[in-house]
Design a protein around this ligand. Structure first.
Ligand SMILES: Nc1nc2c(ncn2[C@@H]2O[C@H](COP(=O)(O)OP(=O)(O)OP(=O)(O)O)[C@@H](O)[C@H]2O)c(=O)[nH]1
Ligand SMILES: [Zn+2]
Length: 352
């Protein structure tokens, strides 16, 4: 029946539910994001049975909670725990001010696929990966998902389709077209900026640029994104042709709110990688497969890729796009970005 929502459509609804503080049903559990949970809904969830706070192994390591499950820990929630207790364990903002949380007793044994799926869904909704879960029967009106298919969906490549393209003269290159691509589940759009008329049978000067609102738009001095974006467009203009994919993977895929949480932690002395880990994320949550897919869609099979990130080169190569040459894209250092650039080269493998 074509009027019944597909799994991808139901998952998109579930993301919206979590973002507005509504629980979803995942494999016999009610699951709510701690970040958006209200006190009233917490009380209603706790009335249904014993609750667990599900955290990623990254966050659990910081809290020194025992990790028995692959990739996560299920912290037992005491019956009298309030929102403040849950938030203090979920959000590292106050870790240094109130270092002694817990003690955290974690559950072990049983099927943790629903918990894995809940955390993956929270990440894909760009919320803090911290979920309150209660085993319970499905409630009327709540979005319901099976954990196995949901995990498979979230790990799979999102199909994109072209929506529209139009001429857009830029300071860097007057002969430019902006293409909009949209995922089939109505999620985040990505853009392709095509400069000149790059021949499809030769390596195209290309960049996969991940969104950085602070750097690209505001000219932040904390990172190298703004100069890289404008440097790449200028180089493509001078070259007479090129394609820049503007991928809406803000904050290496964790979203702007979480990136600002990471900046707050960096102001407390943690580096960019440690900050992501304390929040419960991996260093880099981006899915670069979409970059390869969009290049192919535009008719390109070979690139001269402007990047310092060997992971981007490896990913394109493993998804059928030849990287004929890596073109370094080095931005100037300043006193605000020098530690960030050092961490990128020492911990993230960037060639700087
Ligand atoms: N989580 C997090 N993201 C950051 C931070 N600083 C910058 N970013 C994000 O990092 C990403 C950088 O993207 P890119 O410049 O395309 O990628 P890159 O891995 O640096 O590789 P190249 O620039 O191609 O060498 C953007 O999404 C930024 O928003 C930070 O401190 N924490
Ligand atoms: Zn940036």
């Amino acid at each position: 029946m074509s009027l019944i929502p597909t799994l991808a459509e139901t998952a998109a609804r579930a993301r919206a539910d979590l973002r507005m503080g509504l629980p979803v049903v995942i494999g016999g559990h009610l699951a709510a994001a701690v970040e958006t949970l209200s006190a009233a809904r917490l009380a209603d969830l706790q009335a249904l049975g014993p609750a667990a706070l599900v955290l990623t192994a990254r966050r659990a390591e910081t809290l020194k909670a025992r990790i028995y499950d692959p990739g996560l820990a299920r912290v037992k929630v005491p019956g009298d725990a309030d929102l403040g207790w849950l938030r203090a364990l979920s959000d590292p903002a106050g870790d240094l001010m109130t270092p002694m949380k817990g003690p955290c007793f974690t559950e072990r044994g049983g099927d943790v696929q629903p918990h894995q799926a809940a955390l993956a869904l929270a990440k894909s909704a760009q919320l803090l990966p911290a979920m309150l879960m209660v085993p319970a029967a499905p409630q009327p009106g709540l979005t319901s998902l099976q954990p196995g298919p949901l995990l498979a969906l979230l790990a799979s490549e999102t199909a994109m389709h072209p929506v529209v393209a139009a001429r857009l003269p830029l300071g860097a290159a007057e002969r430019t077209r902006l293409h909009i691509f949209r995922p089939d589940d109505g999620g985040t759009e990505h853009y392709a900026i095509e400069i000149g008329d790059p021949p499809r049978d030769a390596p195209v000067l290309a960049r996969l640029h991940s969104a950085c609102f602070t750097g690209d738009v505001l000219g932040s001095l904390k990172c190298d994104c703004g100069p890289q974006l404008h440097g790449a467009l200028t180089a493509m203009g001078k070259n007479g042709s090129g394609v820049l994919l503007y991928l809406n993977q803000e904050g290496r895929g964790i979203g702007l709110a979480n990136k600002m949480r990471a900046y707050d932690l960096q102001n407390q002395g943690f580096d960019t990688v440690e900050a992501n880990h304390r929040l419960g994320f991996e260093d880099d949550e981006r899915d670069f497969r979409v970059g390869a897919a969009l290049l192919r869609r535009l008719g390109f099979t070979s690139t001269r890729l402007m990047t310092n990130n060997p992971r981007k080169v490896a990913m394109l190569e493993s998804h059928g796009i030849t990287v004929a040459e890596r073109v370094p894209l080095i931005a100037a250092r300043n006193r605000f970005n020098t530690d960030y650039l050092d961490t990128k080269s020492s911990k993230s493998g960037h060639l700087l």
